[in-house]
Design a binder for this molecule. Structure first.
Ligand code: PEP
Ligand code: MG
Length: 581
């Protein structure tokens, strides 16, 4: 038995068998071979290419039988790559000339080809580079004897263990098959954690060292409450966790009973309590957890893990489903927030040194107006099926808001000319998640209909602390006095200008924060569906007048640690249960 500690990223406890996820970026050490082994090494490469080809053929047949997220044509294209003469013959030559291992020769040849492809202007070739990398990595992993994980073939009790699991991969995980997720990097507000919360599976991130220790098939306990991973637990420890799982299942029943009740304080202050949604299957959870519609639909997940862009019709269908599932409540559809830690395979955007400060969100949309226009057309067309509001992410300047609204108006005009129906008075809001937006909040509030405060990003941009980096997670303090000042300034500016304001960052899932934000007079909270019952419990146990008093005092305290201590005490005085989060 061995225990690793990390950051609890998604609540719950699970036991299951470790499935190791192969790393995306592979490094292969140069390994010399004896001259007498050259021929055997060359044969090994050729055999591995043949085995890989067979694997893709089998997968293609499987994919054709069941509808999955991978498309059969992509696998056909992959098999063609394996027949590429140049790649194979160069690698075979290198084994012979330099007397190096097959994996080193193949990887080096592949990297050389990728460099040429990636430097080409033509997007077709850049797209091919993505395919070559995927196929080539699979060959290298086969040569190294590491199983490459196509998530479709996971067993029933899989605990995924990865160095990193980018959101695009997390989005492709089969629902209901993954028991838990463990990663070596990441933090509570990384999008991998957000995905785990939306899948309602326990997750521990930032568990350094697990990859080097855990073997495929090891029994793991993932404790997403205390941020612990226990490898091959003793019978006694496993039994203790099984008992805890039964207790949590009971707790789940109590939470279910809350679904029909409103998020209203003891003294009658009603707050909208809606859900953050990433993928359409999550819509089923809205009613189960008693959410007041969708407060944030992260549309970028429609664009991830695929090699083409979703068409207007496909997007329309998705937005319509969100709108209909939210009725009688509203749904806020956020335009794509690509960049940061969410990247498209297509079109490939050049890697940036500082992606969170780069071509992200509205900046990407204003640059790729073709993509933006298609999305806006689809959202506007979906407005006839429910109560949709549109939201722009990462606005940092009023000119950006104006430019985005101009595109929206233009798209509306285009639809009108085509005789298509849509809601003419659709509300348009912005995410306030960059400090400059807070400081310009009065100006911005005059030009939009609502604000939704994104604490995940606001905290990282205010404190210069990467939201996904476990090494500086201790600096990422939601209760930092500077953060609270900005939050308060945002609510006050919104109300001063007569617009409503919500909050949709992960912070709100902490009951201490829920009471504080309630006291600051937010009109709406939005969080992952699974955290809605706990937030509702906190709101229903509190009195708004008390929360106001607590918030007024909290914003005057000068350190994060003291604010936390004060809130813990205040919640106990108010009788608000402090759930683990
Ligand atoms: C936020 O930044 O708080 C937010 C809700 O958006 P995202 O997590 O998608 O960046
Ligand atoms: Mg954000």
């Amino acid at each position: 038995m061995r225990e690793f500690t990390g950051i609890s990223a998604s609540r719950g406890v699970a036991l299951g068998k470790a499935v190791l996820v192969a790393p995306r970026e592979l490094t292969v050490e140069r390994r010399a071979i004896k001259p007498a082994d050259v021929e055997a090494e060359q044969v090994r490469l050729e055999r591995t290419l043949a085995v890989t080809r067979e694997e893709f053929a089998a997968l293609r047949d499987e994919v054709k039988k069941h509808k999955t997220s991978i498309r059969a044509e992509i696998l056909d294209a992959y098999m063609l790559i394996l027949d590429d003469e140049m790649l194979t013959s160069e690698a075979l030559k290198m084994i012979g000339q330099e007397k190096v291992s097959a994996e080193y020769a193949f990887k080096t040849t592949l990297d050389g080809m990728l460099e040429v492809f990636e430097a080409m202007e033509d997007p077709y070739f850049r797209e091919r580079a993505v395919d070559f990398r995927d196929v080539g990595n699979r060959v290298v992993l086969n040569l190294l004897g590491v199983a490459y994980r196509i998530f479709e073939d996971l067993g029933e009790d899989a605990v995924l263990v990865a160095h990193d699991l980018p959101p695009s991969d997390a989005a492709a995980l089969p629902r209901g098959k993954v028991r838990a997720i463990v990663t070596e990097v990441g933090s509570r507000t990384s999008h991998t954690a957000i995905m785990a919360q939306s899948m309602e599976v326990p997750a521990v991130v930032g568990a350094e060292g697990v990859i080097g220790y855990v073997r495929a098939g090891d029994l793991l306990v993932v404790d997403g409450i205390d941020g612990r991973v226990i490898v091959n637990p003793t019978d006694k420890v496993a039994a203790r966790y099984r008992a805890l799982m039964r207790e949590l299942a009971e707790e789940e029943k109590r939470r279910a009973r809350l679904a029909e009740l409103p998020a209203t304080t003891l003294d009658g202050y009603r707050i909208e309590l809606s859900a953050n949604v990433e993928l359409l299957p999550e819509l089923e959870a809205l009613k189960r957890h008693g959410c007041d519609g969708v407060g944030l639909y992260r549309t970028e997940f429609l664009f991830l893990h695929r090699r083409d862009l979703p068409s207007e019709e496909e997007q329309l269908d998705a937005y319509r489903k969100v709108a209909e599932a939210s009725l009688p409540h509203t749904s806020i559809i956020r335009t794509v927030d690509i960049g940061g830690d969410k990247f498209l395979s297509f079109p490939e955007v050049a890697r940036e040194l500082n992606p969170y400060l780069g071509l992200r969100a509205i900046r990407f949309c204003l640059k790729r107006r073709d993509i933006f226009r298609t999305q806006l057309r689809a959202i506007l067309r979906a407005t006839v099926y429910g109560k949709i509001k549109i939201m722009f992410p990462m606005i940092s300047d009023v000119e950006e808001l104006r430019a985005a609204k101009e595109v929206l108006a233009d798209v509306g005009e285009e639809l009108r000319k085509e005789g298509r129906l849509f809601e003419e008075d659709v509300e348009v809001g912005i995410m306030v998640e960059v400090p400059s937006a807070v400081l310009s909040a009065d100006v911005l509030a005059q030009e939009c209909d609502f604000f939704s405060l994104g604490t995940n990003d606001l905290i990282q941009y205010t404190l210069a602390a990467d939201r996904g980096n476990e090494k500086i997670a201790y600096l990422y303090e939601p209760f930092h006095p500077a953060v609270l000042k900005l939050i308060k300034a945002t609510v006050d500016a919104a109300h001063r200008n007569g617009i409503w304001v919500g909050v949709c960052g992960e912070m709100v899932a902490d009951p201490k924060a829920a009471v504080l934000l309630l006291g600051l007079s937010f009109d709406e909270f939005s969080a992952s569906p699974a955290s809605v019952p706990d937030i509702k419990t906190a709101i229903r146990a509190a009195r708004y007048v008390d929360a106001r008093r607590v918030a007024e005092r909290a914003v005057r305290i000068t350190s994060g640690a003291e604010i936390r201590a004060y809130l813990t005490e205040a919640l106990a005085d108010m009788g608000v249960p402090a759930f683990p989060c």
